[in-house]
Write a protein that binds this ligand. Structure first.
Ligand code: GRF
Length: 205
């Protein structure tokens, strides 16, 4: 079977992208990063991707209608042969068009135990709410925010002396661990989706 060709979409720091790239490099994730795209030309993650020698691209979408923008992004992803799209801190909601072009082939990582605390500032929301357990989620992407079927979650404790920063750092460590695991699982094809549930299949079919 040919290697999974990943397209990474990011808007900022890019630490999840770097964790995926490290796992590809050291052989723990059997995939290829075919393209790294950002809607922000100045995203540090994009600069890092260039330094690491990956094919990169950026389109300024600030004044563009969502679907018109996504048509360009999808075209670029397809040009690079991408077959699994990984959102890694990508701050744009995807259009129905985009989602339809990669059915069940778009993943996202979110820094909360969904469905708790979707949207922005999840770690702040978790602290404010007073939860004792926080964490992160890798899920399939649909047209709604942080809402598709869940692939993997990891939990971390919330300590009494946590700040948003210390909690976010504890969660981020788990993000870096489980995103690659979830990608490998999807690439293996050893799952089936029943309703909202993503279930393991023991054998190759
Ligand atoms: C992560 O916390 C991720 O869960 C969220 O955006 C943040 C991106 O961080 N979707 P980074 O750019 O990967 O460092």
């Amino acid at each position: 079977m040919s290697k999974g060709k990943l397209g990474i979409l990011l808007s900022g720091r890019g630490s999840n992208f770097e964790a995926i790239a490290a796992n590809v490099r050291n052989g723990t994730l059997d995939a290829e990063i075919a393209y790294v795209f950002s809607n922000r030309a100045a995203a540090p993650g994009l600069a890092r991707a260039r330094e690491l020698g990956f094919a990169t691209g950026t389109i300024d979408g600030r004044h563009m209608e969502r679907e018109a923008y996504d048509r360009q992004v999808v075209a670029a992803l397809k040009q690079h042969g991408v077959d699994l799209v990984c959102l890694a801190g990508y701050m744009r909601l995807l259009s129905g068009y985009f989602v339809g072009e990669f059915p069940r082939r778009i993943l996202n990582i979110h820094p909360s135990l969904l469905p708790a605390f979707p949207g922005l500032d999840s770690q702040y929301q978790a602290l404010e709410h007073g939860v004792r357990v926080a964490g992160c989620t890798v899920h399939f992407v649909d047209e709604n925010l942080d809402s598709g079927p869940i692939l993997m979650q990891a939990a971390v404790p919330v300590e009494d002396d946590d700040t948003v920063e210390t909690l976010a750092a504890r969660i981020l460590k788990e993000e870096h661990r489980i995103y690659s695991l979830a990608i490998a699982w999807v690439l293996s094809g050893k799952y089936r989706i029943e309703g909202r549930r993503v279930l393991r299949t023991a054998m190759d079919i």
